[in-house]
Design a protein around this ligand. Structure first.
Ligand SMILES: *Cc1c(COP(=O)(O)O)cnc(C)c1O
Length: 426
């Protein structure tokens, strides 16, 4: 099949169905172009993107600055592997560590790889610095977490569909309820072998489950008290998505990752992915200070593509855009507007129970049983009305547009959403 030939949506879906593994259940829409907050399907219909590839496209589709950096670098040098140095990696490492204020970075490609990297660093730190007995290190995780799809990462998931018949699983994880400071304190007190806590500041995949405002602060303090590493998985929540540069910044609105803010719960290990490339290329990273990162020595961890020159160029451009275009502030401002507008609608709604979230990471909970198709049907109707969103965990719909949206566009989207919801009110 020639890639230049036009195909219909129907044909594209049939090809995927016949030749691709069925490991996803996409909304039936076939996209061929994206620009800023919009995407177009193969028939030319234009949509607002209200998923942003799970928050990878925070900077908007095909941001010219990111695409320029990528194509310039792609024409010059794409891959050396880490067997040799390249002239881009060190620059990226300096840039990203100054940006987030950590001593060091370990670059990878996908989010799941970055989570695996954090787990390996934490275990090694537990044995070599904290002095945990060999093979005894434990990592605390939270119920309903989502940290990726590798064998080890699904070992501590409690999504049965994601786990069933993929065992045996990796041991060494203790699961506690999310947003439960007492449970965390108890787990840390009961066990001297805790390497750290791995946690999402807001649980995105679980349905934008937003914890108490002081949960991260307590988690930080408890980890310090018990000499355990506080590991924040900000793959979805980070890079301006929740109205601050990182979700662990709390309610701080400044553009720099500021050291002094009292609301900042500084992680020992910060895990980033998704928007680190603005959706242009797989780029992920783990950041930590020397006393932690230095446990990793040559030959102990790596990736052929991790830290390649294209990723380095793309990563720097993507982070520059976040600062230059004040995406954290915009996300905060538009997020408040979005929730206010939806709350007004919900006052008189039977079909929507609530709206929750921070910045432009939000979700509505549909007033129907978890196994009902209502959320799916609403997303199909939203598609027909020119807005793309996807249900997560049954009756929850996540709303996460690119952060380059303006107020007029956001209000236009609110009107599409409320108009669509109205047709589902009984
Ligand atoms: C998406 C995501 C991951 C996994 O990232 P991949 O690039 O899909 O491997 C891990 N953690 C969180 C919180 C995520 O949202």
């Amino acid at each position: 099949m020639h890639t230049s030939k036009n195909i219909t949506s129907q044909q594209a879906i049939e090809l995927e169905d016949k030749f691709g593994a069925h490991n996803y259940h996409p909304l039936p829409v076939v996209l061929k172009k994206g620009e800023g907050v919009h995407v177009w399907d193969v028939e030319g219909k234009k949509y607002y993107d209200f998923l942003s590839a799970y928050s990878a496209v925070n900077q908007g589709h095909c941001h010219p600055k990111i695409i320029n950096a990528m194509s310039r670098q792609a024409e010059t040098l794409t891959l050396t592997s880490r067997a040799f140095h390249n002239d881009m990696l060190g620059r990226f490492e300096e840039y990203i560590t100054e940006y987030f204020k950590f001593d060091k970075v370990l670059p990878m490609n996908t989010g799941a790889e970055a989570v695996e990297t954090a787990i390996k660093i934490a275990r090694k730190w537990a044995y070599e610095v904290k002095g945990v007995d060999e093979k005894e290190a434990q990592i605390i995780v939270c119920e309903n977490n989502f940290h990726g799809r590798t064998t080890t990462v699904i070992s501590f998931s409690n999504d049965e569909n994601a786990r069933k018949n993929f065992g045996p699983f990796t041991p060494g994880f203790i699961k506690i309820p999310y947003d439960d400071t007492e449970a965390l304190e108890k787990a840390l007190e009961e066990n001297d072998n805790i390497a750290g806590l791995l946690v999402e500041p807001i649980q995105g995949e679980a349905g934008v489950y937003t914890p108490a405002d002081d949960y991260m602060k307590h988690a930080r303090e408890l980890c310090t008290k018990h000499n355990a590493l506080f590991m924040a998985d900000e793959i979805q929540t980070g890079i301006a998505r929740t109205g601050s540069l990182l979700a662990v910044c709390g309610n701080c609105t400044c553009e720099n990752r500021c050291e002094q803010q009292s609301t900042y719960s500084r992680p020992d290990i910060l895990i980033l992915g998704k928007a680190l490339s603005g959706g242009a290329y797989p780029v992920s990273a783990v950041l930590a200070d020397n006393h932690i990162m230095n446990v990793i020595k040559p030959g102990q961890h790596g990736s052929t593509f991790g830290g390649n020159p294209v990723a380095a160029a793309v990563g720097m451009a993507a982070l520059e855009v976040v600062k230059d275009e004040h995406l954290a502030q915009n996300s905060r401002k538009l997020g408040e507007l979005f929730r206010n507008e939806l709350e007004k609608y919900i006052e008189n709604s039977k079909i929507v129970k609530l709206v929750r979230g921070r910045g432009l990471l939000n979700a509505i909970v549909i007033n129907d049983s978890e196994d009902s198709s209502t959320a799916w049907d609403i997303c199909i109707a939203l598609r027909d009305n020119g807005l793309l969103a996807k249900p997560t965990h049954g009756n929850i719909i996540r709303f996460a547009p690119p952060l380059v949206m303006n107020q007029e566009q956001l209000l236009d989207c609110v009107s599409i959403i409320t108009r669509t919801l109205l047709t589902f009110e009984k």
